[in-house]
Design a protein around this ligand. Sequence first.
Ligand SMILES: *[C@@H]1O[C@H](CO)[C@@H](O)[C@H](O)[C@H]1NC(C)=O
Ligand SMILES: *[C@@H]1O[C@H](CO)[C@@H](O)[C@H](O)[C@H]1NC(C)=O
Ligand SMILES: *[C@@H]1O[C@H](CO)[C@@H](O)[C@H](O)[C@H]1NC(C)=O
Ligand SMILES: *[C@@H]1O[C@H](CO)[C@@H](O)[C@H](O)[C@H]1NC(C)=O
Length: 305
Amino acid sequence: MAAPRPQKHLLLPLLVSLLLAASSPRGADAWGKEGHIMTCKIAERYLSEDAKAAVQELLPASAGGELSTMCPWADTMRFRYHWASPLHYANTPNVCNFKSSRDCHNNKHVQKMCVVGAINNYTAQLLTYGDSPKSSWNLTESLMFLAHFVGDVHQPLHVAFEEDEGGNAIQVHWYRRKANLHHVWDVSIIDTVMKDFYNKDLDTMVNALHMNLTNGWSDDISHWENCENKRATCANDYAIESIGLSCHYAYKDVEQNITLGDDYYFTRYPVVEKRLAQGGIRLAMILNRIFDKKEADTTMPLYVQ
Ligand SMILES: *[C@@H]1O[C@H](CO)[C@@H](O)[C@H](O)[C@H]1NC(C)=O
Ligand SMILES: *[C@@H]1O[C@H](CO)[C@@H](O)[C@H](O)[C@H]1NC(C)=O
Ligand SMILES: *[C@@H]1O[C@H](CO)[C@@H](O)[C@H](O)[C@H]1NC(C)=O
Ligand SMILES: *[C@@H]1O[C@H](CO)[C@@H](O)[C@H](O)[C@H]1NC(C)=O
């Protein structure tokens, strides 16, 4: 059945509100498109054979076999799946620590409706892959949501202060351009890094991050992968890291109307690069734990926290 059409006199207000929504702070994406694609491109290189096969089977045909093409999907669905909007982030009551029981809820105070709950939720759904009778979840969506939210939880300002909406309400200049602090971390720093160091080319940047994963950061990987929580993901820990980085880097020395330039950029972009790489490694680890048949006995089962 065709959806009822909005009546004419409703159409204009609808359009206006859509436009306003599109420019409203919380409409802002999590890592821009580029950040999500990079995180997933890194993850793809660390998938086990079993995980790769399962991902291939779950991806829609339009993905062309590449998980990374679907990683921005959740942002494109924010208007259609309005309920999923709070799943992209978590807010703290303006303090530098994160507590799931206090901070992981939507604005109607439904518990677990935040980025940490969502990662556990979609992980638990994907664990029904291969069940018979067939899982009742749409596991294609579960995968696309999970890949996106693991990226989001690594963007520091996605676990940040309620008062300033994760930096969305802090107006700044990024060099000469107007922006808000949240957007600087989602998009501007990445854009500037790509322009300065990587010929504006996403794959060149992914390769550089990958080089560091095999060299400079190689000792860190096992630490990043370390997830003590055998019963759920470690999304809670990633959120705790992010609020720490928000306080120590993103918010530090920032006030309304400030101009952020070289001093801020050169001390913050290494954090952004590391978080993109960490997100990729951890997404691969989560997918491997879910789909790896050989590992299943030792690290399973994962349950929602
Ligand atoms: C879990 O996933 C289902 C299906 O997408 C959704 O309806 C529900 O709101 C999700 N809950 C959380 C906490 O992510
Ligand atoms: C599962 O979700 C995808 C993405 O939203 C959609 O294209 C597909 O039709 C859904 N599959 C089923 C069986 O509903
Ligand atoms: C890679 O590591 C080198 C040396 O540790 C560092 O100078 C460089 O900024 C790193 N590159 C990335 C992409 O983080
Ligand atoms: C920031 O700038 C705007 C417009 O330029 C001004 O209205 C506002 O008072 C300033 N806020 C602060 C805290 O300086």
